[in-house]
Design a binder for this molecule. Structure first.
Ligand code: FAD
Length: 387
């Protein structure tokens, strides 16, 4: 029998101290500080022993977040390129910002180290969750934690046949000026979109320093060599670079399910899935960071108010995403022109509100009007006949 070396109890246990787990833990610590009479104890369990910068998180920042000190760059212009055309958007009120994950982890660790009620246990993985009545037992490698409430942010297996956003990014430097630091290239569709949707993304930090990513929307991943070849070809061919130095590499696989996880159908009432493998990311875009920040705050307010957790977005937005993903699955060859039209025809502030889950009623109409009508009606019918 496995020997339990240590036992702890808390009101809340958070499985996984990545981006969303730490956001939630810091929100609980904040709430406790502001409402000491209602304070709840919380423990975060994270397998990593040391945090290092591993990702670049970007998003359109509509409102401040507790981690704004981790923002290192911001842009007010971005472009989309397809079929030999480029559309540049400019929006002075909402910047596209870049969060350094190393700074993010540092800020969270500092805040939790100061907290008397929320602690971070590193170097421990949660292997099992046992729910008995209103008690939750979390079995970790060297520890057992009991709690009344759990948030589970651990990665999950992605069901087969799910559309995936998969990418590899190289953070490169050059010995000469090669980038325009004022414009982010969100999508550069270079190749014919046959069975796969494929584009490049450029995040320029300065004239000689950028993150360049090759991104696919498809159901199968590529080999490491294939992503590397795409990046090399793009840097030398399309960007015309003679040489570059790779400073860092990052890669990811983000699920784009037609139907995102449902919080109302969760397995245990007091175990709430949260983060990339729950309903947090916007499936049609893969953006997760801004939604995790707002959902973390909402989850904490509901926790302290004894209210059930709320889904990240309403039924209508989930349905629009379902139609859009179904369209991408059935018409990958139209993806480049559709994304281009969205950025070209929908007013920038409307599109950015829509992507950030801040849309006003008329914004939906403007986005829907920019979509190719017949395929979208067909996908809408398909979604109704296959709910
Ligand atoms: C390279 C990359 C770039 C991205 N860029 C963007 C972006 O620009 N904008 C955006 O909005 N989104 C982006 N995303 C998507 C998303 O924001 C990130 O994946 C984000 O890290 C998701 O947060 P999370 O907390 O759900 O997962 P993670 O940050 O991965 O955290 C999950 C945690 O669970 C821990 N864990 C694993 N197993 C166990 C276990 N058994 N017990 C306990 N803990 C466990 C892991 O160690 C990890 O710390 C990106 C993703 C990747 C991979």
């Amino acid at each position: 029998m496995e020997q339990v070396k240590n036992e702890q109890s808390a009101d809340v246990v958070i499985l996984g101290g990545g981006m969303s787990g730490l956001a939630l833990a810091c929100q609980i610590a904040n709430y406790n500080e502001q409402h000491p009479d209602e304070s709840k104890t919380a423990v975060v369990v994270e397998p990593r022993s040391n945090y290092q910068r591993d990702k670049t998180w970007c998003f359109w920042q509509h409102q401040p977040t507790p981690f704004d000190r981790a923002i290192t760059h911001q842009w007010h212009r971005w472009q989309v390129c397809a079929n030999g055309r480029t559309h540049t958007s400019e929006y002075s009120q909402v910047p596209y910002v870049r969060v350094d994950s190393g700074h993010y982890y540092h800020i969270a660790q500092q805040q939790l180290a100061k907290s008397e009620s929320v602690s971070l246990i590193t170097g421990n993985s949660a292997s099992k969750i046992l729910v008995c009545d209103k008690q939750i037992g979390v079995q970790c490698e060297a520890l057992k934690i009991t709690a009344e409430f759990a948030y589970d942010t651990r990665p999950k297996n992605i069901p087969g046949n799910t559309l995936l956003q998969h990418f590899v990014g190289w953070e490169i430097t050059t010995d000469y000026d090669a980038f325009d630091p004022n414009i982010v290239t969100l999508m550069d569709f270079q190749v014919t979109q046959a069975n796969d949707i494929h584009f490049f993304y450029i995040l320029p930090f300065d004239k000689r320093h950028a993150l360049v990513e090759t991104t696919h929307f498809s159901k199968t991943l590529l080999t490491e060599d294939a992503y590397a070849e795409e990046l090399s070809d793009y840097l030398s061919g399309s960007l015309g670079l003679a040489s570059w130095h790779i400073q860092n590499q990052e890669q990811g696989v983000i699920p784009m399910p037609q139907k995102s996880a449902s919080l109302t159908r969760r397995e245990h009432f007091n175990v709430v899935p949260f983060g990339l493998h729950s309903d947090t990311p916007r499936p049609s875009t893969g953006y997760c960071y801004p939604h995790a920040q707002s959902q973390a705050l909402e989850h904490v307010l509901n926790l302290f108010a004894n209210k059930p957790p709320k889904a990240a977005r309403n039924f209508f937005v989930r349905w629009l995403d379902q139609i859009f993903i179904s369209f991408l699955e059935h018409h990958p060859e139209q993806a480049a022109s559709t994304f281009f039209t969205l950025f070209e025809q929908v007013p920038t502030q409307v599109l950015i509100r829509f992507l950030g889950d801040n849309a006003k009623p008329f914004d939906y109409l403007k986005v829907i009007m920019a979509m190719p009508k017949i395929p979208f009606v067909r996908e809408a019918v398909r979604s109704v006949s296959n709910p």
